[in-house]
Write a protein that binds this ligand. Sequence first.
Ligand SMILES: [Zn+2]
Length: 396
Amino acid sequence: VTVDLLVTGARFADGSEGSVAISGDRIVSVGADAVDAADAAEAAEVVDAGGRLVTPGLVDCHTHLVFGGDRAAEYEQRLAGASYEEIARAGGGIMSTVRRTRAAGEDELHDAAASRLAALASSGVATVEIKSGYGLDLDTELAMLRVARRLQTTTGVRVVTTFLGAHTVPEEWAGRADEYIDFVCSTVLPAVASEGLADAVDVFCDRVAFTPAQAERVLRAAASFGLPVKLHADQLSEFGATALAARHRALSADHLEHADEAAVAALAGAGTVAVLLPGAAYMLADSARPPVAALRAAGVPMAVATDANPGTSPLLSLPLAMHMACRLFGLTPLEALDGATVHAAAALGLGGEVGVLAAGAAADLVIWDAASPAELVYWLGRNLCHAIVRKGSVVS
Ligand SMILES: [Zn+2]
């Protein structure tokens, strides 16, 4: 076997030590006997990890990275005690982001998102999911997804796209949510599908967005185009959204702050990944917690993501999200690491391809200035990336 890159002196998350051998953009072997001495001697490039922790490149499986403007001024109002309703009446909230996104050109959207994606990538993220959902009209939804696709080329980070046309009812459709769902299913989604712009379809199913019946129409339409589905589920109230995700064998059900035990059992039966988003709970100072103990007991895989978005989670470090998942939601450090790698990959339908150090997987890995997963989630605000390998190349 030709070894183009050999990472030696690696300490893996389970405490074992060894090497990772890479050929082209693929891992060819991992562990104490990753390569024999002859192949090691002929490796084109050798990087000594020096006993540092080596993990798969991180996978951020839930973000809204493409948007116009920001909501820092709104956050300042919230810190001063303004309510969500007061902010919305003053022209803030999600519709302010929709207006800014519609007004921005594609280059402007791209450049702002590329800067945010660079921050995420420097925190160890090699694969990112990016949703639409701030256009809420045909042209801007398509533009957001084109920008997301373009980011893969311009940044080198693997990008998975999700169509979230049913994010909220835009103001020009106020009071006509069912008609807006008609528009999403019969006009926007077919255009997205015909241009191949989305890898999956998501719906925000909650009391401030769409009912389970409305969400189900979008899920059915997605299935008719052969697209897998996921849901923003039960973030603000128990709304039947997690059970709906399970019924449709969704790739993931995301948020789950108000999911009940019956919904957890349904997820387990469906093989759906639970995606935990502690940044939003932190930013909103929301005391509701996803049912982690029940998810763990039922064997539901738990992913951890940033939910990077301008309103409720302006979080651009996946290790910091992992810290929050431990501190706020009660995950162990190893669960948080699995949540940002192997389970996040499954939430994107990329299990075995990314988020794992194994022969045949993509050659994405991070060498950390840390000795263990515990140290990774322990430091706050310290970038622990020592070196990053993406697609078989050392990028930093
Ligand atoms: Zn979200």
